[in-house]
Design a protein around this ligand. Structure first.
Ligand SMILES: [Zn+2]
Length: 392
């Protein structure tokens, strides 16, 4: 079941030159994946509901009668990302449901499979757009006006996909359906290798955020403009990258990354007029993360906009201990990566995460991997967790 589903989507959005994935939200590859989700649900006799924010929900049972147990993840990717971040959780959700049905299990509570929209934020810069809109932490007006690299707004992109952008916003009805959410995800570190365990459970997600730095200058000819006459924003940007790295090294408990830039006009023979760059900063201690960002902001001289901020997420202790026990005494570990489960947990939805070992620890790269045997172990653990949570 798992292998067949994996084989059916493996090629979607893959760059054959790099083997990396390009699954931007609402791109043709993403739309195909969403269709695949609906087809897999239909194969199991489940209808798919799209909520106001474009998240997909396939329900076994009626969640309006009683809030359900939901599992799932996302199907979009970072640019040139790996195959596992997101899809592993969705494919495992369907495979776990198949395992439960093969055992003739009848859930006492509705069981839902979810696919959250635009988790990575690759296209519009803000991560977890689907779950942030659902829970109301992202302002719908702001979401509608976010633009991609082509200058298209999210509102326009949604309209083109046949959706009404006016519907965006906190969705009480959908939230009422979620009694508990369990997200299975490929591990994005090397903890489980050191613990020699195929499956683990999340304890917490580090506080993390993204800030856009706009360095303004004057676009001009790269050959005829004398150095003394230039106002080149690439220079303060370059100094700021180095400064962020040094500040993180000095702190020791924080990581800081400039991984995305937008240069205008982006010509090899022009001094740029504007450099926009995104700082991603995370750490175990919220004050330390904020202090680092404040320092880098002041140093940069740039115009800085907070694009997202997620405080420390401490997953429900009783729930995570219960899940760890059911998943065969799985180890419990903290992560520096953000997830929809973290957004839901912050909004008061009891949430948990199951991690599947990644033999290299590499993620957000074509090298991202999970051994097939570990994927199967993840499905078995997830099925046991769902059986436990749905059984009463
Ligand atoms: Zn993910």
């Amino acid at each position: 079941m798992f292998d067949e589903m994996w084989g059916a989507i493996e090629h979607l959005g893959r760059d054959d030159r790099t083997r990396g994935y390009l699954r931007d939200a609402w791109s043709p590859a993403d739309l195909e994946l969403r269709l695949w989700f609906e087809q897999e649900a239909a194969r199991r006799g489940l209808g798919t509901v799209q909520d106001r924010n474009g998240n997909l929900w396939a329900w076994w049972g009626d969640p309006s009668a009683r809030p359900g147990v939901v599992t799932g993840s996302h199907l979009d990717s970072v640019r040139q990302g790996g195959a596992f971040d997101g899809p592993l959780g969705v494919v495992s959700a369907f495979a776990a449901l198949d395992l439960l049905r093969a055992r003739d299990f009848r859930p006492a509570r509705p069981l839902g499979i979810a696919c959250f929209t635009d988790e990575e934020g690759a296209r519009f810069g803000v991560p977890c757009i689907g779950s942030r809109l659902l829970t109301g932490v992202l302002d719908p007006d702001r979401a509608r006006s976010l633009t991609d690299d082509e200058g298209d707004s999210l509102a326009e992109v949604l309209r083109r996909a046949g959706r009404d952008p006016r519907e965006l916003g906190r969705d009480e009805e959908t939230l009422r359906h979620i009694g508990v959410f369990v997200e299975l995800h490929v591990e994005q570190g090397r903890d489980l290798i050191h613990r020699d365990a195929p499956v683990g459970v999340a304890s917490a997600i580090w506080p993390h955020g993204r800030w856009r730095f706009d360095f303004h200058g004057q676009a001009n000819h790269a050959g005829t403009t004398r150095l003394a006459d230039r106002d080149d924003p690439m220079l303060p940007f370059a100094r700021t990258v180095l400064h962020a790295r040094q500040a993180a090294e000095r702190d020791g408990g924080v990581v800081a990354t400039f991984g995305r830039t937008r240069v205008s006009p982006n010509n090899a023979n022009a001094v740029p007029g504007l450099v926009s760059a995104w700082l991603d900063a995370r750490g175990g201690d919220e004050d330390a993360v904020r202090a680092l960002v404040a320092e880098v902001t002041e140093f940069s001289g740039a115009e800085v906009t907070v694009e997202s901020w997620t405080p420390l997420v401490d997953f429900d202790t009783a729930l995570r201990e219960r899940i760890a026990a059911v998943a065969g005494d799985a180890p419990v570990l903290a992560t520096g990566a953000g997830h929809d489960a973290g957004i839901l947990a912050s909004a008061g939805v009891p949430s948990a995460m199951v991690f599947v070992r990644n033999p290299t620890g590499i993620s957000h790269s074509p090298e991202e991997h999970a051994e097939r045997a570990d994927c199967h172990a993840g499905v078995a653990a997830l099925a046991a967790v769902l059986e436990d949570l749905c059984g009463n």
